[in-house]
Design a protein. Sequence first.
Length: 119
Amino acid sequence: MSELAAGSERTGPTMTAPQVASREEFADALTAFINGPLLSRHGRSHGAGQATPRMPVDRATPLFATGAIDSLGILDLLMFVETVTGHPVPFRKVDVRCFGTIDRISESFWPNPSGGGHS
């Protein structure tokens, strides 16, 4: 995968994200992003006065129910999805139906082979 620099109209700052060519590569890139930069920035669960690292997620992990994604993490995730796909995420799709798992994100935002995609 090669790297490209792109920004998001919604989020402003530029980020480097992998250039992907398939839904499978997109899901792999999402998994790497969530388990890497996203969890390193937002991946500490605070309880009883101490922070504990969160467990890595896989493609079927419920992102909100497990706390892998929080209100700040979703902003980073939105920017990542918009940067990699090259399309803004419609506000109506920012919910658990589309962002509940890595597989749901891939299905919701990676264009299908027949030319459809972001509705």
